[in-house]
Write a protein that binds this ligand. Structure first.
Ligand SMILES: [Ca+2]
Ligand SMILES: [Ca+2]
Length: 414
């Protein structure tokens, strides 16, 4: 987690300017790719249905306007309605049709299908997408480029097809255009059990973590379950596990809207490698009724980590309430670095380990804002052996300077 300032600046640059780039694609139904949906497109689809002549490969994608993977009379009807400006019912279009089975190709196609449905929803004013219940492999990444959309996983499980990416989040909500996004009711399982280095070689143990010797001993810790990079995001009733980095990573790169909120509610986040939840930068964040446990693999390995990358970043008005946070390798349920603004309320949680706040030894002029931390009503059950480290005032909160705590370095269990 702690990386050099220069590297951080490069990383921030990538986050701000490279990854959020929206590829401007032609609208669905624009079969010939001239930028407009018009009679010619409709005729091309009609001819394709009659196989006279069939559409070319580059024409097929935009012809599948209802996103069900085949081009037939249903698409033709929707295109015709679009040309005639007849409203299209959301049930006719933007379908999510996924395939079961374990292969890279299936995973890539499933991800593409969901991204196409999100695009379709944006073009047609559809605000709710429902995944047919099932178990599916996906590739990186499902990306929310657009606003005002709910993706209901409807009890489905998405597994990440194993890869060798250092920065391969399963879901990204961080386009500068996105906001008012909800993701709910599903399971995301990362690839930590089968993850490799970029060249396909196995990771190996060095300095307490699995790393890639061929990549300057990179830990591949930037592959998160859900990357939240914009305002007004809700993550509800999800189970996120086995990811290489954090279950949820919050680093808002959008200008934070005045009353924009991020709500992480009723989720289980477990067996993630770096942190359960990382908060780097964001405002009006509520983390409530979640179970966050068994984080282990690469430092810091805490339940919730409030740790900015740059001194201008803040965690403003954060409520951490009624969560159960335990069994994390670092023995810290919550770790706090300087950057608090407004309030940080930690109330009514069940905590299996300490809450720690650290001054950042690299910036001693900016100590952690202890006065802004409110700890109340937390039920603490710290295992034997760790208890001896607990300090007053309320046998919960420890304060120190980062680096003062000796950590045992050992290769973690998978
Ligand atoms: Ca056209
Ligand atoms: Ca179709």
């Amino acid at each position: 987690m702690i990386i050099g300032d220069r590297l951080k600046k490069v990383f921030l640059f990538l986050m701000l300017f490279i990854f959020p780039v929206v590829v401007l694609a032609n609208p669905l139904g624009d079969v010939d790719g001239n930028g407009k949906v018009e009679t010619k497109d409709y005729l091309l689809v009609r001819k394709h249905i009659l196989s006279n002549p069939p559409l070319k490969d580059n024409e097929l994608e935009n012809a599948d306007v209802n996103n069900d993977g085949v081009i037939n009379v249903k698409d033709y009807i929707v295109i015709r309605k679009k040309i005639l400006n007849i409203p299209v019912d959301g049930k006719e279009i933007c379908l999510i049709s996924l395939k079961t089975g374990e292969s890279k190709e299936i995973a890539a196609n499933n991800t593409k299908n969901i991204n196409n449905a999100l695009k379709c929803a944006n073009e047609n004013g559809v605000t709710y997408l429902n995944v047919p219940k099932g178990n599916y492999f996906i590739d990186v990444a499902i990306i929310f480029y657009y606003s005002n959309i709910t993706l209901d996983l409807n009890g489905s499980t998405f597994r990440l097809y194993p890869n060798g990416y250092n920065n391969g989040c399963m879901v990204r909500v961080h386009s500068s255009e996105a906001g008012f996004v909800t993701i709910k009711n599903g399971t995301l399982i990362g690839d930590r059990d089968k993850h490799t280095c970029a060249d396909g070689s196995a990771m190996s143990c060095k300095s307490g973590a699995l790393r890639c010797p061929t990549e300057q001993y990179s830990t591949h810790e930037f592959s998160h379950g859900i990357y939240v990079g914009t305002h007004d995001v809700n993550i509800e009733n999800m189970n996120i596990s086995n990811v290489m980095g954090d279950g949820i990573y919050i680093a808002v790169i959008n200008p934070v809207k005045t009353d924009g909120k991020i709500n992480i509610v009723n989720n289980v986040i477990e067996n993630c490698r770096r942190n359960g939840i990382s908060i780097i930068h964001g405002k009006n964040i509520t983390i409530k009724n979640n179970t966050i446990r068994y984080t282990h693999g690469t430092w810091p390995q805490v339940g919730i980590d409030l740790e900015r990358n740059l001194t201008e970043q803040v965690y403003e008005n954060v409520l951490i309430e009624s969560n159960s946070i335990y069994g994390n390798e670092a023995h810290y349920s919550i770790q706090i670095f300087p950057g608090i603004k407004g309030f940080l309320r930690i109330i009514n949680n069940h905590l299996g380990d300490r809450v720690v706040a650290f001054d950042d030894s690299r910036h001693p002029e900016l100590p952690v804002e202890k006065k802004l931390i409110e700890l109340k009503g937390n039920d603490i059950n710290i295992p034997n052996g760790v208890k001896t480290f607990v300090e007053e005032p309320n046998k919960l909160f420890t304060y120190g300077i980062y680096g003062a705590v000796l950590r045992e370095e050992r290769c973690p269990k998978k």
